[in-house]
Write a protein of this length. Structure first.
Length: 291
């Protein structure tokens, strides 16, 4: 289904694929309620890929996505990046606690890619090898870094990106949520976003079979839900060797126009200031805030 909110449109699909018996991926969308008094309430978008086999991976990824949303929303006064880190660590503890309580879940874990949208800033939290991309002006960049053995080897210059695709340890994670591990240290980053941007979250079941250029083109030229459906179909046509989850978020112009209208109202008696507003509000470039 397509969910609409002033400022963005979003679609999501999760599929078992052609080789697995059950779907260990999970995703969640929490839309801010624009009718509430709290106009800074965030919207959250999360994808997670469970680890542990059978029902265990599915349980871990479900705890991951639901736990992060609840914990994050319980920290409304905290800086978004700090709140996201705390929420991820809290969900990590929940996964380990559940595994300790039920022996059949021993060792279960999950990847996690979380995007928190607060106004015109997107805050990201990353554990594992699910991914977030940004498409702007028809160019796509990978915002997150894979936390895998092979990605680390590529970063050190010990193997090439081409060699990483067939490396025996390409699926070995350096960090994961749960799994009986010590607390992970999530990669945290934030970016300014603007109308026309497209954000994509996905698990490795998609990007291992559908390349970056294909992801970009499908996301750009289709509405979010149709784009997700087409990507999953393409991955399945190529074997569907893993569970496949993808979420596409398109930033619309409504949010930006409302910002402009509010500013114009505030400055209506100052003609000189008003003349500068279009450049300030509609022409600003995206930039990375921090990492």
């Amino acid at each position: 289904m397509i969910k609409n909110k002033p400022g963005f449109m979003v679609g999501a699909v999760s599929d078992t694929g052609k080789k697995r018996k059950n779907n260990e991926d999970n995703w969640v969308i929490h839309r801010a309620d624009s009718s509430t008094a709290n106009k800074t309430e965030p919207s959250l978008f999360i994808v997670a890929d469970g680890i542990g086999g059978s029902a265990a991976g599915e349980v871990a990824s479900k705890i991951a996505v639901e736990g992060v949303v609840k914990a994050y929303l319980d920290l409304p006064e905290m800086n978004p990046s700090a709140a996201l880190r705390a929420a991820i660590l809290d969900a990590h503890k929940q996964i380990n606690t559940r595994a300790e309580e039920f022996p059949q879940f021993t060792g279960m874990g999950s990847t996690l890619t979380t995007l928190v949208l607060v106004g015109d800033i997107a805050y990201l939290g990353q554990i594992g090898d699910s991914r977030a991309y940004l498409v702007r002006d028809n160019n796509m960049v990978q915002l997150t870094e894979d936390q895998t053995v092979t990605a680390d080897l590529v970063a050190q210059g010990k193997i090439t990106p081409a060699e990483a695709k067939t490396h025996s340890q390409r699926h070995v994670l350096i960090q994961a949520m749960g799994g009986g591990r010590n607390a992970p240290e999530p990669d945290l980053m934030s970016y300014a976003v603007k109308a026309g941007d497209t954000l994509i979250l996905c698990t490795d079941g998609l990007y291992n079979l559908v390349n970056d250029d294909e992801i970009r083109r499908i996301a750009v030229y289709n509405n979010p839900q149709s784009a997700c459906e087409q990507m999953v179909q393409l991955a399945n046509e190529r074997g569907g060797t893993d569970n496949i989850t993808v979420m596409v978020i398109k930033m619309t112009g409504l949010y930006w126009m409302r910002r402009l209208q509010r500013a114009l109202q505030q400055l209506k008696n100052n003609a000189q200031a008003v003349s500068a507003i279009p450049g300030n509000y509609l022409g600003h470039n995206a930039y990375r805030v921090n990492k």
